[in-house]
Design a protein around this ligand. Structure first.
Ligand SMILES: NC(=O)c1ccc[n+]([C@@H]2O[C@H](COP(=O)([O-])OP(=O)(O)OC[C@H]3O[C@@H](n4cnc5c(N)ncnc54)[C@H](OP(=O)(O)O)[C@@H]3O)[C@@H](O)[C@H]2O)c1
Length: 257
């Protein structure tokens, strides 16, 4: 990279925490941040996938570590925050990407589904942001990214609690931007379209629906995890210092018609 691009987009010296960094979109984002120079700490439940992802990054010469935690538990969120910050130091970049996708028809949506969805998809991003945001503001620099969803903006396919939590994240980013952006911390959401990952594994077994969703997307295809690499690096970089409180759609035009 030439000096200009390094200054604009490079993340050397930055520390990033990526929840759900062991799979799908989070893995692609963690890899992109690492390749741009950041040291990354991955947080998820499953140790095997975490180690596999971190080992692949280390094999490419990047610095990567991982912490196991079930982000449905507030105690584990707090522990994960402290342990993640202990690895490479307090983070400059927080990516709240981990989520559960429990979408029964609304009439069957019990309190367990509601509570788990809110805990993992909304409470954990808030609690981790509260753990790191004020420190970022004190240091005068920070980047917080949340992964939202089309269902934050429109209801379809049993949006249920999932859509509510994702809508909460878009508002959370704005509240955080109000509080912390005067101190150099930008807070945004990234809005995917349909991306075939383990999260929506049922689509892999339903090629007709997957094809219909691809046809409904202006680019003519469903999303790939790698589609999020550039946006994540950009929003985490110096170049995006004036982008805050925004929802950035990386959806192939899914929402544009
Ligand atoms: N794929 C899509 O079409 C799509 C569309 C819109 C939005 N999104 C959003 O994009 C983000 C990433 O989704 P993805 O499709 O990449 O999902 P994915 O491949 O299923 O990955 C989810 C990640 O989150 C972790 N995770 C799940 N529950 C957790 C918990 N309770 N505690 C800690 N970690 C947990 C998983 O690891 P463990 O299972 O090991 O914990 C995994 O690393 C999510 O916020 C999702 O809502 C995805």
């Amino acid at each position: 990279m030439n000096d200009y691009l390094e200054e604009m987009f490079g993340l050397r010296g930055r520390v990033a925490i990526v929840t759900g960094g062991s799979s799908g979109i989070g893995k692609a984002i963690a890899t992109a941040l690492a390749r741009a120079g950041a040291r990354v700490v991955l947080v998820a439940r499953g140790a095997a996938a975490l180690e596999e992802t971190a080992a692949a990054l280390r094999a490419q010469g990047h610095e990567a570590a991982w912490i196991t935690a079930d982000l449905a538990s507030r105690d584990q969120v707090r522990r994960a925050g402290d342990e993640a910050a202990a690895v490479f130091g307090e983070p400059d970049i927080l990516v709240n990407n981990a989520a559960v996708n429990l979408r029964p028809p609304l009439n069957d949506l019990d309190e367990h589904v509601w509570d788990t969805t809110m805990a993992v998809n909304l409470d954990a991003p808030h609690l981790l942001s509260m753990r790191f945001g004020p420190g970022m503001a004190r240091r005068g620099h920070g980047r917080i990214l949340h992964l939202s969803s089309q269902q934050a903006f429109r209801a379809y396919a049993d949006s249920g609690a999932y859509g509510v939590a994702k809508a909460g994240l878009t508002a959370l980013a704005r509240s955080q931007a109000e509080a912390w952006s005067p101190h150099g911390v930008t807070c945004n959401v990234i809005v995917p379209g349909v991306v075939l990952t383990p999260l929506n594994a049922r689509l892999a077994g339903d090629p007709a629906t997957a094809a219909a969703l691809a046809a409904r997307t202006l680019t003519g295809r469903n999303g790939l995890a790698e589609d999020f690499a550039g946006t994540a690096v950009f929003l985490a970089s110096s170049a995006a210092a004036a982008i805050t409180g925004q929802a950035v759609f990386v959806d192939g035009g899914f929402s544009a018609h």
